[in-house]
Design a protein around this ligand. Structure first.
Ligand SMILES: Cc1cc2nc3c(=O)[nH]c(=O)nc-3n(C[C@H](O)[C@H](O)[C@H](O)COP(=O)(O)OP(=O)(O)OC[C@H]3O[C@@H](n4cnc5c(N)ncnc54)[C@H](O)[C@@H]3O)c2cc1C
Length: 221
């Protein structure tokens, strides 16, 4: 049987609500990891925090688990059933060059933030791949290319907006909710659906780097 709340959810959200059989369902469930993909009862392609809240509300009403996907780089166990929130359309970035901060929505990719911050001579403490989601990378701690000098990405978070499992939208800082703030910065997700975060940027005028790759067939040399 299909998800009974799909019609009500469609009326509640600005983004898309897709169920198995809908033409865009497969494509929207797909992510970077091609070996498997989520197969939720209902997929909410969120257009903003209110859509995320509506998705969590629906999951609560129908007692379904919630999974989140931004880019699919970190697909662990693919969801079978339940509600999947896709944040890929939530790709807004706001830089405050004076304060050296960036506000990133939940679907922002590292490469887009790097490009935007670089216009101000700034950089996030980003990881190695431009396609990875900034939010989830940071929720997992974030060990980046600039890590030796600037530390973990999670240590530069100023504020996190999320919808917790009780359906409440929260604005979490070190002062407002120290324990939740601590758990979010390195816990790897699972404490709610993050809708956006404010992170500190670092001044970077230039980078010298690269990689050495050796031909395995010539290992004897
Ligand atoms: C090619 C590649 C390079 C990488 N390089 C680095 C690196 O240099 N340094 C490093 O530290 N890590 C690195 N990683 C790991 C990467 O940071 C994690 O896999 C990260 O979770 C990917 O996030 P995503 O949003 O792109 O992926 P997704 O698969 O979309 O998300 C992964 C998980 O994060 C959680 N999540 C996503 N969005 C939210 C949200 N809005 N709210 C709550 N939970 C959420 C969900 O549990 C989801 O299953 C790399 C991974 C790959 C594949």
């Amino acid at each position: 049987m299909g998800f009974a709340g799909a019609e009500a959810l469609r009326e509640a959200v600005r983004g898309s609500v897709l169920v198995p059989g809908d033409p865009e369902y497969d494509q929207e469930c797909a992510g970077f990891q091609a070996g498997d993909r989520h197969r939720p009862d209902v997929l909410v392609v969120a257009d903003g925090p209110d859509d995320v809240r509506a998705a969590v509300d629906a999951a609560r009403r129908y007692r379904l688990p919630v999974a989140v996907q931004a880019t699919g780089h970190g697909l662990g166990e693919a969801a079978r059933g339940g509600v999947l929130v896709s944040t890929r359309r939530m790709a807004g970035i706001r830089i405050d060059a004076e304060a050296r901060t960036a506000w990133v929505e939940a679907g922002v990719r590292a490469g887009d933030l790097v490009a935007e911050a670089a216009r101000h001579g700034l950089a996030p403490v980003n990881g190695s791949a431009p396609g990875v989601g900034v939010v989830s990378y940071t929720l997992g701690g974030g060990v980046g290319l600039l890590g030796r000098r600037f530390g973990y990405a999670a240590d530069r978070v100023r504020r996190i907006d999320l919808v917790t499992g009780d359906g409440r939208p929260r604005r979490v800082t070190a002062d407002s909710d120290p324990e939740l703030f601590w758990g979010l910065r390195g816990g790897g997700g699972g404490l709610g659906v993050v809708t956006g975060m404010e992170i500190g940027l670092v001044p970077v005028a230039g980078i010298y780097g690269g990689q050495l790759v050796f031909d395995g067939a010539r290992h004897a040399d």
